[in-house]
Design a protein around this ligand. Structure first.
Ligand SMILES: *Cc1c(COP(=O)(O)O)cnc(C)c1O
Length: 418
């Protein structure tokens, strides 16, 4: 094991040796020892079509014979233009402008900064606060940390250092929450908007599925209600679809299930099918128009070196073609049905709840200690899982076969009963 490499979220004093992956294909990782593991978490939810997909590999190789990268300052490539056009086509109606950046966190930074500068350009520099949900996770960089759950989130250590934002409770009651519950929670949001709306630039949410905060599912009714309230108070609404985008919750984008168009939407993770870092921040005509004018100072002041990287845009475009030409969404429906059948029957000591939405299945237990052995047990069953806190979950690649998915479910059930 290299002594040089510093691992993510890892106490290096106790770092167990990481498993060296020498090869991967389809849903399987091949370790140096020859051991094969089904990747039950799609490399942090990104490798949505599996490893070494023939069509994605082919366009990557073809693009390398043309060029890998050119900056977007004064130059552009066909893949960057084509991907922007395709994203406008497939996202909810009204999102017509695409700003590229290098990772989900930066895509969220771009969204927050866009919201603030939008209001500055409108003559409202006082609108620079955000509303976010408890249990939220929006990335690791500084502005992202300020909209992550300040009490329980993984960045709580930094709560005193980042500017304080307004948080409202994470919606309860699950996907089919009762009308009364949703109405009460929206009343709470309305109170915050009435009191602080004039200083708020935007509300940011992970639509329907709060991922890294514990795979918490909430209702389309809340999402639609929050969107409508923000419109009423002229607060921009940002959907962070970095985790939910590209089919994970059963529709291409989670926002579709609430029939909403946010003012700003962020895509990452599955955008590149896991082939490399990239993000897209989409905006409506109204937001975009807020930056137009004769003054250069009104222009959006952002520009990551690798935005619109041609190699990654070409791959992302081919991934969209896969969604358009093959029945991936109906396959996600089948994955959801199997996950529901297998996980809802589960009964184990300390089990709090099982949750399934699209190609995501999660099991919450009452104490993190119950999951200490989970990864090792899953590995004995040929499956790679990586629980966090009290949550053990799977977000498999959509190409997973029924047999492989049952193997993942076996591993989850054994890991939870161990
Ligand atoms: C993963 C994630 C991010 C951050 O993306 P990175 O590419 O890791 O920077 C932001 N928002 C959500 C909802 C995520 O799940």
């Amino acid at each position: 094991m290299s002594q040089s490499l510093w691992y993510p979220y890892t106490q290096m004093a106790h770092a167990q040796s990481h498993h060296r992956v020498v090869e991967a294909s389809g849903c399987e990782l091949v370790l140096e020892s020859g051991e094969r593991l089904i990747d039950g978490v799609s490399s942090w939810w990104s490798v949505i079509h599996g490893y070494r997909h023939p069509r994605l590999d082919a366009v990557a190789k073809a693009q390398l014979d043309q060029l890998a990268h050119v900056m977007l300052g004064g130059l552009v490539t066909g893949p960057a233009e084509a991907l922007a056009d395709a994203l406008v086509d497939i996202t909810p109606d009204g999102l017509n402008h695409v700003f590229f950046s290098d990772s989900g966190s930066v895509g969220v930074e771009v969204a927050l900064k866009m919201a603030i500068q939008y209001w500055m350009n409108q003559g409202h520099p006082e609108r620079r606060k955000f509303i976010a949900l408890e249990k939220a996770y929006h990335g690791d960089t500084t502005a992202c940390m300020m909209v992550c759950d300040p009490a329980e989130g993984m960045h709580r250590l930094f709560a005193a250092m980042v500017p304080k934002q307004h948080f409202v409770p994470s919606p309860a009651g699950g996907y089919a929450a009762s009308e009364e519950l949703v109405a009460a929670e929206l009343d709470q949001l309305e109170d915050v908007l009435m009191e602080h709306g004039h200083e708020i630039a935007a509300m940011i949410v992970e639509p329907l599925l709060q991922g890294a905060g514990g795979m918490h599912i909430y209702s389309p009714a809340y999402l639609a209600g929050a969107r409508a309230l923000c419109a009423e108070f002229e607060v921009l609404f940002i959907c962070d679809e970095v985790a939910t985008g590209f089919g994970r919750t059963g529709t291409l984008f989670a926002s579709e299930q609430a029939h909403i168009t946010p003012d700003i939407m962020v895509l990452g993770k599955g955008l590149t099918a896991g082939y490399g870092g990239h993000a897209a921040t989409l905006a409506t005509d109204a937001v975009y128009a807020g930056f137009l004018g004769d003054s250069p100072a009104r222009a959006f002041m952002h520009g990551p070196t690798f935005m619109g990287n041609a190699l990654i845009c070409r791959i992302a475009l081919e991934s969209i073609h896969l969604f358009q030409e093959t029945p991936i969404l109906s396959r996600i429906g089948e994955i959801e049905a199997i996950l529901k059948a297998r996980l809802t029957e589960l009964d184990a000591p300390g089990l709090v709840e099982t949750r399934v939405l699209g190609a995501m299945g999660a099991i919450e237990v009452d104490h993190p200690d119950r999951l200490i052995q989970a990864q090792a047990v899953a590995r004995d069953h040929g499956v790679w899982l990586r629980p966090f806190g009290r949550t053990l979950y799977t977000m498999p690649p959509y190409i997973i076969s029924d047999a492989q998915l049952h193997q993942v479910c076996d591993a989850l059930c054994q890991a939870i009963s161990a």
